[in-house]
Design a protein around this ligand. Structure first.
Ligand code: HAM
Length: 417
């Protein structure tokens, strides 16, 4: 049996990194008083396939199926729509209140797997509903950046753009189409198709000849209303004040169609990262809450890809390893002493001591070697003689000194060290 294409196992040799990363994320969210939500991995098809949505992700990349009763179901390809569905269904939106939630979990997209791109992948994300103000946009971007930077990951820049409202985008779309129409034959196949379905996405085409054709194309910023231009400046001014490295990227349009106004991506400029260099992204959405049955409130959020955070950390030599020496190893001299040694281990565990016990049947010498190579400070040695005299030997592994200690005094002895 083999794992499904585009999935991966997290093995014991790697899992500590995941635990570290997840703990880090929970800590940052707690600091910012954002509440954790957990929604189902699958939702009704309509949660992700809404009328207005025509993005590649939703049309081509979702795992859709019928359950045994014929319900149309979709495995979540992203967190936002399910979280908003849940917030509305559970009536968490109250007047004059800014609701901040975060999530962490698996998502599923039928994409072509490559470095940093999987069919099952993990995201953490934040959604903020209830107000539309530049401080919220700036705050959300800062939190995304903080998660990355406080992990120690460097060389990350926030790309930011403003997509305007629906009318702005329609005007811009028409102007862009009019500009590209005469050049249609020279566009890549993908971009040719997008000229009809979603011309804005041509802007972020990775094909160099497409990018060359875009020289001299209309610029979105010129189509923004004066108040949108002002809003954008307020957001970038706050980012500047808080030393968030950002660049305005006129071509950033993002892959999901619910976005309006401010959008952003955290881009890793790290050698060896590969072409999938977005650590995360997000933006504001105006219509999503209403489309999912809620009040006409604007929201803003982001999601970071956990696999990509781990890859960035690895490439920059961040190990996540807890190098603190393990404190105590309880060793047994022979199989007869194993049960007594086990009881000592359990008592010390309950007393809050950082203690390990070798459950295998390794010879005593091998147990000792392991205790030393795993950086233990003390070995507590239990053999027949010790059991008969109600004592243990405590060996200080750094100084190689050894003392006999009564079984009842082990804790006191360790606490004195
Ligand atoms: P997204 O840009 O589609 O946005 O995904 C966010 C991040 O998830 C990406 O930057 C990437 O790190 C990671 N990611 C996406 N697809 C894959 C994949 N196939 N394999 C590995 N990692 C992947 C969203 O999902 C929006 N819901 C973000 C958002 C929240 N916007 C507003 N609120």
């Amino acid at each position: 049996m083999q794992k499904v294409k585009g999935t991966y196992d997290v093995l014991p040799s790697e899992s500590y990194k995941w635990l570290f990363l997840e703990k880090h994320i929970h800590q940052v969210m707690k600091k910012h008083q954002i509440d954790y939500v957990r929604t189902p991995v699958f939702e009704y098809f309509d949660v992700f396939h809404r009328q207005s949505e025509a993005s590649d992700m939703v049309t081509k990349e979702t795992y859709d199926f019928e359950d045994r009763s014929g319900r149309k179901i979709t495995l979540r390809p992203e967190g936002t729509a399910g979280v908003i569905r849940s917030i509305i269904e559970n009536k968490l939106i109250t007047p004059n209140h800014v609701l901040k939630t975060y999530y962490l979990g698996a998502n599923y997209r039928y994409e072509r797997p490559q470095k940093g791109r999987y069919r099952e992948f993990y995201q953490t994300g934040v959604e903020v509903i209830g107000d539309k103000h530049a401080v919220l946009d700036a705050e959300v971007i800062q939190i995304a950046y903080e998660i990355v930077s406080t992990l120690g990951i460097k060389d990350v820049v926030v790309k930011i753009n403003h997509l305007g409202d629906a009318e702005t985008r329609l005007n811009f779309k028409n102007a862009l189409k009019a500009f590209l129409e005469p050049l249609k034959d020279q566009l890549s196949e993908d971009s040719k198709m997008r000229l009809e379905s979603n011309p804005l996405r041509i802007l972020d085409s990775k094909v160099p000849s497409d990018q060359a054709l875009l020289k001299g194309a209309p610029v979105l910023y010129d189509f923004l209303t004066a108040s949108d231009q002002k809003y954008f400046t307020l957001v970038t001014d706050i980012l500047k004040q808080y030393h968030i490295p950002y660049i305005v990227d006129e071509k950033l349009v993002r892959g999901l169609d619910y976005y309006a106004h401010v959008v952003f991506e955290l881009q890793a400029n790290i050698d060896g990262f590969g072409s999938q260099n977005a650590l995360g992204g997000g933006g504001r959405y105006d219509d999503l809450v209403a489309e999912l049955g809620g009040p006409p409130l604007s929201g803003i959020g982001f999601a970071l890809g956990l696999e990509r955070l781990l890859l960035a950390a690895e490439l920059q030599g961040i190990t996540f390893k807890d190098d603190a020496p393990q404190y105590v190893a309880v060793l047994h001299m022979d199989s007869e002493s194993k049960i007594e040694a086990y009881h000592i281990y359990k008592r010390l565990l309950d007393d809050g001591i950082d203690v390990s016990f070798d459950f295998s049947n390794k010879a005593f010498k091998t147990q000792l070697k392991h205790a030393i190579s795993n950086n233990h400070t003390f070995a507590i040695i239990v053999g027949k003689d010790e059991i008969d005299t109600n004592t243990v030997q405590i060996k200080h592994l750094l100084t190689q000194t050894q003392e006999v200690v009564s079984m009842d005094d082990i804790l006191t002895y360790l606490k004195k060290q």
